[in-house]
Design a protein around this ligand. Sequence first.
Ligand SMILES: *[C@@H]1O[C@H](CO)[C@@H](O)[C@H](O)[C@H]1NC(C)=O
Ligand SMILES: *[C@@H]1O[C@H](CO)[C@@H](O)[C@H](O)[C@H]1NC(C)=O
Ligand SMILES: *[C@@H]1O[C@H](CO)[C@@H](O)[C@H](O)[C@H]1NC(C)=O
Ligand SMILES: *[C@@H]1O[C@H](CO)[C@@H](O)[C@H](O)[C@H]1NC(C)=O
Ligand SMILES: *[C@@H]1O[C@H](CO)[C@@H](O)[C@H](O)[C@H]1NC(C)=O
Ligand SMILES: *[C@@H]1O[C@H](CO)[C@@H](O)[C@H](O)[C@H]1NC(C)=O
Length: 527
Amino acid sequence: METKMAGEGQKSKGWFWWVLVTVIAVLVIVAVALTILKDFHSKAAKVHHSPVEQKYADALGIAMQFFDVQKSGQLVNNRISWRGDSGLMDGSGEGLDLSKGMYDAGDSMKFSFPMAFTATMLSWAILEYGDQMDAVKQLRNAQDSLKWITDYLINAHPSPNVLYIQVGDPDLDHECWQRPESMTLQRPLTQVNTSYPGTEVAAETAAAMASASLVFKKINSTYSSLLLMHAQQLFAFADTYRGSYSVTAPSEQRFYNSSGYGDELLWAASWLYLASADRSYLRYATIDHGQEFGNWRRPTWISWNNKLPGVQVLLSRVDFFGASEVPITENLALQMYRETAEMMMCSLLPDSPTATSSRTESGLIWVTEWNSLLHPVGSAFLAILYSDYMLTSGTEALFCSERSYTPGNLRDFAISQVDYVLGENPMKLSYLVGFGENYPQYVHHRGSSIPADATTGCKDGFKWLNSSAPNPNVAVGALVGGPFRNETYSDSRNNSMQGEPSTYNSALLVGVLSGLVTSSSVANSFL
Ligand SMILES: *[C@@H]1O[C@H](CO)[C@@H](O)[C@H](O)[C@H]1NC(C)=O
Ligand SMILES: *[C@@H]1O[C@H](CO)[C@@H](O)[C@H](O)[C@H]1NC(C)=O
Ligand SMILES: *[C@@H]1O[C@H](CO)[C@@H](O)[C@H](O)[C@H]1NC(C)=O
Ligand SMILES: *[C@@H]1O[C@H](CO)[C@@H](O)[C@H](O)[C@H]1NC(C)=O
Ligand SMILES: *[C@@H]1O[C@H](CO)[C@@H](O)[C@H](O)[C@H]1NC(C)=O
Ligand SMILES: *[C@@H]1O[C@H](CO)[C@@H](O)[C@H](O)[C@H]1NC(C)=O
């Protein structure tokens, strides 16, 4: 009885407790769900609605379109109303399909050296910030643009020791002012081979293909392996048959002159190590040739000609995230790269004791009169990468002569350069065409300057260069050359020094904008 009562009592008490527990549980679940939802909304707001980040997302969507503006070949899903098919017969004289790829700048030349650099930088941006690109619906565009270049590079490499590096004759090309769609000129090809080598162009092409093989690994493993195979062959070709392509093809000297190939060899080896996990490439870039080509402890400026700052930051990445897998001797060389990368970061930070004086009065990194935005935008991309490597690895401080800086300081530097480009400058001008209210109207770009329905020959097309009316077509996403050191800009169509955009400028801008879209951490490994 007692037991029964107790049992009943327990039963009825148990019932009460169950109801109470259930009610509490439901309340807790609702509360947690509300918190998560709220958190989700504020995160979503951070990505999509916060004014500052929306600005970078908008700028990224615009910058990405410049790759579509520059495409050669039979266009697919063309987003640029005034562009059409062009260069369809490129390569056909030699039995090759070199119709794809991108025009480098305002003309109709296809130069592989800067085109491959564009692809390498775009790959790097996708590998680090693909998630952020995806969050603002730009990942597919980035992958498509990258593949447009790598498809061309694959076809330009018909046998292990032959690489076609140029389509078109720059002297003839510059005598005409025509849209690529109405080109009538011969399109001669230039190749490098064992008797006329081109180490830097072959190595940069190897870097582009190795980095792209990582991008496409999960998308199409056949394509990814194909890229890796080409990259390995090209690296062997570049390294075995050493010689500068500027010597082989002297006409390049007036356009994309190379000051040496050591940087491209290290750059290609570094990307090949990441893409293949083959230690011999790491050995190449560190103990075998690091001392010889690495220019350790002497920071320089990133450009289509100088990849050393890229090597320093990329191999710092290996040091930040993968050092435990690296043998001690290689590791010592990685330290030298990282030390040099940090010296570079210290020179970029505006109030560091070792800050560079290559800056305009309002703080834009400024190194050269021609295409002045190349260096600030490239440096900003490297700074945001370094900042995120520090953040992700839990590295709190960077020391510049005893003063310490945080990842946030590097991010602020990157933001300062990007904000300048987007209009916070004395001219109140956005140097990114299509962004904001006030951007250049006379960009030095043939397709942009000639109405899509005009019929022009080679010479009479110059009337469109001479015209005083603004460009009829917006070269959306073009990042023009940029301001003078005194922060002035002359918006005039024949001002190619300041007003000519390029695909590599856009790739660097896309990289830094992708890093700024949301606050970031990066993956420890690309694999
Ligand atoms: C090797 O390249 C040079 C320079 O482009 C070219 O003149 C030469 O014809 C090429 N050699 C062969 C065998 O095609
Ligand atoms: C994957 O890449 C290979 C090699 O380029 C190509 O033949 C194939 O069609 C691609 N597959 C898909 C699903 O796109
Ligand atoms: C191209 O670069 C090489 C190596 O730095 C240099 O010797 C040559 O003078 C340069 N050519 C031009 C036209 O600037
Ligand atoms: C464009 O201007 C240049 C320089 O003033 C002149 O030589 C040329 O004839 C002009 N061309 C056309 C097609 O108007
Ligand atoms: C700014 O610099 C450019 C190039 O050095 C020069 O031509 C121009 O006159 C300068 N403008 C002013 C306002 O100082
Ligand atoms: C454009 O500039 C180039 C060199 O800067 C010059 O040779 C050419 O005559 C100029 N053309 C016109 C139309 O002003």
